[in-house]
Design a protein around this ligand. Structure first.
Ligand code: C5J
Length: 246
């Protein structure tokens, strides 16, 4: 069991309680883009039913709202490629022998290309001013991006992870983060896969062998741990507001 410092929060998790400090924790929301969550996007081009990812939206909205209220660092990621596809290796572009692939015109613009409608984060989870958005060409959010620098420079050592898909970009990012020394709590109901069995297996693998890559919890347990902080933060905000009183 970890030594728990004052100010440390505790969330019941698999394989054992996850402890973290809000000031050194970021919420990372991975690839909640139309290309994965909406009909006609990259996910569907690959033969998947995009509606299977939608249950992750509502719980992610609740966690995002809590993180915003507490002033936690929020990071969104977007998978996508430059318009000339110069950052998309042929191994990725040609994989799957698809009739319609990365860079081709689809119902939401060019598939998985930056700036196209399908590449945008869905409106329910759209970033707001001050939040960090990491554009990534690969599955992992650390590959070919400044994410590690962004987190280290803000003293972040712990990540709360939401997003899609569980076994692809979420899992890759958590494993990358783990190897870089971050402690990750994956929020089971804030992640989703086109294949429920892959979702379950991934969460089990990540938390296996004593949290070999990270911890897994339901968002309700995280929100319960965060809830007592909200009134304190509101009081502090009032106290520091010009002319305000605690
Ligand atoms: C995929 C992702 N599935 N965000 N990307 O290619 O999981």
């Amino acid at each position: 069991m970890n030594d728990v410092m004052p100010g440390t929060l505790r969330v019941p998790a698999n394989p054992y309680d996850y402890t973290f400090d809000v000031g050194s924790t970021a919420l990372v929301v991975i690839d909640m883009q139309g290309d994965f969550l909406l009909p006609g996007g990259f996910g569907e081009v690959l033969g998947n039913d995009a509606s299977r990812l939608r249950p992750a939206i509502q719980p992610s909205m609740r966690v995002l709202a809590a993180a915003r209220e507490l002033g936690m660092l929020v990071v969104h990621t977007r998978e996508g490629h430059l318009a000339d596809l110069s950052d998309c290796p042929p191994a990725k572009r040609l994989r799957g022998q698809l009739a319609l692939g990365i860079g081709d015109p689809g119902p939401m613009g060019r598939i998985l290309v930056r700036g196209e409608p399908g590449w945008e984060i869905v409106p329910e989870l759209a970033p707001i001013a001050g939040e960090i958005v990491i554009d990534k060409p690969g599955k992992g959010a650390f590959f070919a991006t400044p994410l590690d620098h962004v987190l280290l420079s803000r003293g972040i050592s712990s990540l709360l992870v939401a997003g899609v898909t569980t076994e692809v970009c979420v899992q890759t990012t958590v494993r990358e983060a783990n190897d870089r020394g971050y402690e990750c709590l994956v929020l089971a109901d804030c992640t989703a896969s086109y294949y429920p069995e892959f979702h379950e297996a991934t969460l089990a693998m990540l938390a296996s062998q004593g949290a070999i890559a990270g911890w897994v919890a339901d968002s309700a347990d995280l929100l319960a741990a965060l809830a007592p902080l909200a009134p304190l933060v509101r009081r502090m905000r009032r106290a520091f507001a010009v002319g305000g009183a605690a």
